[in-house]
Write a protein that binds this ligand. Structure first.
Ligand code: NAD
Ligand code: UDP
Length: 316
């Protein structure tokens, strides 16, 4: 097999570290570029001794040159508390990061995949969401720096392909969870598990009637690899997510049960622009990638709970 040289931006983050691992496992040479804003060296420390792995501390808002065959562009904080911490930086990361990585792809003739998001659908009026839905996004709200940044990045990908023939792939990722999520990133799965394991109150926002569809990280990584391997004519966007839909309150109850926790559920105000429902239509991924998720929430939660149990044990 030919060894490919692959750049993963955001490679020290939750998803990026799993992707680097998989790409190395398949015999590739992997360059992991990250500014360590939300990523951590702990996520990749086990890869550092591999001679085909290299960590590069760099910020994607600045240009970067390297000879590679493929680029996965994941650099961007993903959890609401992290991307709202410095919203101007978030939109810069999405837009300038896309321009810099697309410029690199154009120069070295690399194929490039963009990690887009279900947030491009905003608070959707169509359910489940197919790729053909243009979304319902507030351009001036708390989530806009992320949502509009990702939408602009998709436009840039489309235009670099249209104008400069850069080979592109766009994946729209729905809520993904698993080991190496940041314990303090405020996302619902990591929050509930950590609260349950520590015996703290489980914070359900609103009445917990809003829905999400949770995808285990391994399924997503398989979807990434299959998307990158599609013929040049397939550009996406393609939804990657698990269509099994749960109310947030159901997730809270499930986590309490699985961890045998004495934690109580408390209700907190619903953040503004929090989508009421979200569920991917994955017909396109099934057809074009022959892909569908196969890790059920119960199994994925068990693995994630085990990860956080070990993390908490090691902190003591
Ligand atoms: P994460 O925060 O763990 O990873 C993001 C990584 O990007 C981190 O390592 C961070 O340090 C790095 N980064 C941030 N800004 C950077 C910059 N300016 N320059 C270089 N590196 C930078 O989040 P994640 O869940 O692994 O998400 C990865 C990608 O997938 C993001 O682009 C995110 O928008 C997208 N995504 C994730 C989900 C999900 O549910 N996890 C859903 C939709 C989309
Ligand atoms: N949520 C919650 N309690 C928490 C964290 C999140 O009830 O401690 C809710 C949040 O309001 C949202 C859902 O869980 O409706 C998913 O939130 P997350 O931040 O994980 O992802 P996103 O909103 O981006 O889908």
């Amino acid at each position: 097999m030919d060894k490919k040289r692959i750049l993963v931006t955001g490679g020290a983050g939750f998803l990026g570290s799993h992707l680097c691992e998989r790409l190395l496992h398949e015999g590739n040479e992997v360059y992991c570029l990250d500014n360590l804003f939300t990523g951590r060296k702990e996520n990749i420390v086990h890869l550092l001794s591999n001679p085909y792995f290299e960590f590069i501390r760099h910020d994607v808002i600045n240009p970067f040159l390297i000879e590679v065959d493929e680029i996965y562009n994941l650099a961007c904080p993903a959890s609401p508390i992290h991307y709202q911490y410095n919203p101007i930086k978030t939109i810069k990361t999405s837009v300038m990061g896309a321009i810099n990585m697309l410029g690199l792809a154009k120069r070295v003739k690399a194929k490039i995949l963009q990690a887009s998001t279900s947030e491009v659908y905003g608070n959707p009026e169509v359910h489940p969401q197919p790729e053909s839905y243009w979304g319902n996004v507030n351009p001036i709200g708390e989530r806009s720096c992320y949502d509009e940044g990702k939408r602009a990045a998709e436009t840039l990908f489309r235009d670099y392909n249209y104008q400069n023939n850069v080979e592109i792939k766009i994946v729209r990722i729905f809520n993904t969870y698993g080991p190496r999520m940041h314990p303090n990133d405020g996302r619902v799965v990591s929050n509930f598990i950590n609260q349950a394991l520590r015996g703290e109150d489980i914070t359900v926002y609103g009445k917990g009637e809003q829905t999400r569809s949770f995808q285990y990280v391994d399924d997503l990584i398989e979807g990434f690899i299959r998307t990158m391997a599609t013929p040049e004519s397939f550009k996406g966007p393609v939804n990657l997510g698990n269509p099994d839909e749960f109310k947030i309150i159901e997730l809270a109850e499930k986590v309490i049960e699985k961890t045998n926790s004495k934690s109580k559920i408390v209700f907190k105000p619903l953040p503004s622009d929090d989508p009421l429902m979200r569920k991917p239509d994955i017909s396109l991924a099934k057809k074009e990638l022959n892909w569908e998720p196969n890790v059920k929430l119960d199994k994925g939660l068990d693995k994630t709970i085990h990860y956080f149990e070990e993390l908490i044990k090691n902190l003591k």
